[in-house]
Write a protein that binds this ligand. Structure first.
Ligand code: SF4
Length: 300
């Protein structure tokens, strides 16, 4: 009898234990999967769930989003964080319409060429939307592979080519099985083999895990502290964007001045929003979300 493989064990576990997430349902469109993958980067599932549904209710296809303004994309993004993703997702929708007739492409090189679609997202869409065989490597996958195969507690800094090779070696040859295994390894890292407290007794690969076999030597480095938010430029940017999202027209400088007392920090945050293409000046003394209305007159 053949020994169970890593992918086989994880996939079987996944089939019985995967979280019931809407973007995993069989009839979900490639566009809906692409949107989920962009939203899930840097944002927890629980916050993505309502935002993903609202986004797709409003823009069920790339063509629908491409017809709307970047300002509306930023408004719909709400408080998901890292709002440049909203603008890049709209840029991506425009490119899908212009280059692919409105259908999310299925070839990896075409996906990689889309705005805002990087190594991870392109492979995730190719695997999860089109059932192709590609290593899909996020932080969770890197950690699982590092522990289970190399016996190291933490994956350390990302080494993209090596990570892709190490993960690909674990995948079954058959594309659909490989895509299933990719989703399964990711889920294992998210809910069982977590960074801080892996639940090895509940893990489907405990019997063949190299780190478990080595006696689980704890990571040597200090535990990462959560990032501070209060008082940072990120907080000020969020407050400024909050005012601009609520507004129906250009917002005078004086109104934005009220969100934060520190003039230098507020000016820096506002300049950052302009540089990042999220906000644009209107005339000499007002601002609005990018593309929120007819082209702004050029100052001066
Ligand atoms: S046995 Fe423990 S360390 Fe190994 S993959 Fe499973 S949860 Fe992670």
């Amino acid at each position: 009898m053949r020994e169970p493989t890593f992918a086989g064990l994880v996939s079987r576990w996944y089939e019985h234990n995967a979280r019931d997430l809407p973007w995993r349902k069989p009839d979900v469109s490639p566009w809906a999967i692409l949107v989920s993958e962009v939203m899930l980067q840097q944002t927890p599932v629980v916050r993505v769930l309502p935002a993903w549904q609202a986004w797709l209710d409003r823009w069920p296809t790339p063509a629908a989003l491409a017809q709307d303004s970047p300002a509306e994309a930023i408004r719909m993004w709400g408080r998901l964080g890292y709002p440049r993703r909203a603008v890049r997702l709209r840029d991506c929708a425009v490119a899908i319409v212009e280059r692919h007739g409105g259908a999310v492409p299925d070839r990896l090189e075409q996906l990689l060429a889309l705005p805002g679609v990087g190594t991870y997202t392109a492979r995730a869409v190719a695997a999860f939307a089109y059932g192709q065989r590609h290593p899909v490597v996020d932080t969770n996958v890197r950690r699982v592979v590092c522990r289970a195969v190399a016996g190291e507690p933490d994956a350390g800094p990302a080494t993209r080519p090596a990570d892709l090779v190490a993960t690909e070696e674990l995948l079954p040859v058959e594309p659909a099985a490989a895509a299933l295994a990719s989703a399964a390894i990711m889920e294992l890292g998210a809910v069982i083999c977590t960074a801080r407290s892996p639940r090895c007794p509940a893990c489907p690969v405990e019997s063949i895990c190299a780190w478990r076999a080595s006696g689980q030597v704890a990571p040597a480095g200090p535990t990462r502290r959560p990032q501070r938010y209060a008082g940072t430029d990120r907080q000020v940017r969020g407050l400024l964007l909050g005012v601009l999202r609520e507004a129906t027209g250009p917002v005078p400088h004086q109104r934005l001045d009220q969100v934060w007392d520190d003039d230098v920090q507020r000016a820096r945050a506002l300049a950052g929003l302009v540089t990042d293409g999220l906000v644009e000046p209107v005339g000499e003394a007002s601002f609005r979300l990018i593309g929120d209305g007819p082209p702004a007159p050029v100052p001066g």
